[in-house]
Write a protein that binds this ligand. Structure first.
Ligand code: NAI
Ligand code: OAA
Length: 310
């Protein structure tokens, strides 16, 4: 199987590194518009092969879409990251043009690929990629919820004093500072509800910290995060390439599920060789459904901005 990662910046290179280390793809291509940049990142990563013990191949190219031909999966990370004080939505003006042109170029050489959109504002960029590519809806997936859920489990683990691997917890809704919905009611610690161990106030703080998880790191780092985003991309790619059928929260096109239509938003889906194969449409309680509707309203108004861009 062949994977292309577009954008060899912080997130794209980290995603490529995580994918090649897992030895799950026969070929990984890293593409960037900046001359020599992807080639350099790929060479540096490949020089860890004997140290990390992997056998896969990673090749870097400068804007050479022919080298991406017949990719089974393409990950789009090209675009600007935010700086401290910005929201992800502030990036729409520049990133919409980049995501649209990258999608067009990719489809010339891989017309049946599965597209994974990472560039922000991710929910709107996923909607844009779905509409502009004409790909079947199951082959367009936005990555945000896997990362947000991993952060949610991190904050829960810190409060509980346990490893995050003992926790199950999901974030649904939009991938924005105010649109994420950490599902605290359904989060468990070794099968038991986390509310058995943490007060309502503690859970509210964990939820708030999760929602601004990306903004907190942006403030600390001066640009947005890349280690967990890159690892989250690899988790998603692995479930596709190995047809694992993992249930992962991803941004997908809703057609009545969760009461929404004509929008891409984060919900739990089964991920396998054909992309997202099924939406797990479980019943939210009234409070969660109200938050989901509010999240959809906010994302929809960002989607409306697309029509105003040149
Ligand atoms: N969905 C998610 O969970 C996450 C999304 N992001 C988003 O991912 C994007 C990338 O973030 P970083 O890697 O930190 O940024 P970065 O600035 O380190 O890398 C972006 C790369 O894209 C390249 N690029 C720009 N236009 C291009 C084009 N037309 N074709 C090919 N390459 C092009 C740039 O040369 C640069 O190397 C940002 O929009 C950021 O907000 C970041 C983290 C998590
Ligand atoms: O915070 C950002 O802008 C980048 C991102 O989406 C994340 O790390 O969650």
């Amino acid at each position: 199987m062949k994977v292309t990662v577009v954008g060899a910046g912080a997130v794209g290179a980290t995603a490529a590194d995580n994918i090649v280390r897992r030895d799950i793809a026969e070929e990984v291509v890293l593409l960037d518009i900046k001359e020599g940049f992807a080639e350099g990142k790929a060479m540096d990563i490949m020089q860890t092969a004997t140290l990390a013990g992997f056998n896969g191949k990673l090749k870097g190219v400068t804007n050479d879409y022919a080298a991406t031909a017949n990719s089974d999966v393409v990950v789009v990370t090209s675009g600007l990251p935010r700086k401290p004080g910005m929201t992800r939505e502030d990036l729409i003006g520049i990133n919409a043009g980049i995501v649209k042109s990258v999608t067009e170029n990719i489809l010339k050489y891989s017309p049946n690929t599965i597209l994974i959109i990472v560039s922000n504002p991710m929910d709107t960029m996923t909607y844009l990629a779905l509409k502009s590519s004409g790909l079947p809806k199951n082959r367009v997936i936005g990555m945000g919820g896997i990362l947000d859920s991993s952060r949610f489990k991190y904050f829960l683990s810190e409060a509980l004093g346990c490893t995050a691997n003992e926790l199950q917890a999901n974030v649904i809704g939009g991938h924005g500072d105010t649109t994420m919905i950490p599902l605290t009611r359904l989060a468990t610690y070794n099968t038991l509800p986390v509310s058995e161990f943490l007060s309502a106030d503690a859970l509210a703080k964990i939820s708030a910290d999760t929602m601004v998880g990306g903004a907190t790191l942006t403030k600390l780092l001066g640009t947005s995060a890349w280690y967990a985003p890159g690892a989250a991309v690899a988790k998603l790619v692995e479930s596709i390439l190995l047809n694992q059928k993992l249930i992962l929260p991803c941004c997908v096109s809703l057609d009545g599920e969760y009461g929404q239509n004509d929008i891409c938003l984060g919900v739990p889906v089964v991920i396998g060789k054909d992309g997202w194969e099924k939406i797990i449409d479980f019943k939210l309680n009234a409070e969660e459904q109200a938050l989901f509707n509010k999240s959809a309203d906010a994302v929809r108004s960002m989607n409306d901005v697309l029509a105003t861009l040149a």
